[in-house]
Design a protein around this ligand. Sequence first.
Ligand SMILES: [Zn+2]
Length: 164
Amino acid sequence: MAIMQIKKYPEEILRKKTDEITKINGDILKLAKDMLETMYFFSGVGLAANQVGISKSIFVSDIKPEGKKNPIIVINPRITSSKGGVYSEEGCLSLPGIAAEVKRSKTIRLLGLNTAGKEIDLEVEGLLARIFQHEIDHLNGNVFIDRINPLKRWRLKREYFKKK
Ligand SMILES: [Zn+2]
């Protein structure tokens, strides 16, 4: 396993829609393991492949990074339905040092594949639903500041580039 380097906004790869994974081979399994290792190392709760420079549709997550590990790996994730709307603060390993309140669906249904190629069909809510939406945004070339109002985004970007 290896700790990978996190791509930081505004790197180009974060803006590109990732490619669907057509074959779950050894490279994908190694990528998933390395992404998990990297996420734990940086104390993240989720990580998308393009955040470590690989433009493929896979993310990892774990809402208990400090305690008992409970990793979730999803390949080619897709949200098939969503309900409700909630605001909560979000940050991102690719935009270190800033955070903002972001509106997300409260409940989502997620379809995808696990690393064994079996179908994942999950209905989740709360923090996990938020993380999944954040990571799927990444895989589609979006970052969380795209989801806040333009004035707030402008101020946050100014703060971000000042810190960089
Ligand atoms: Zn992120």
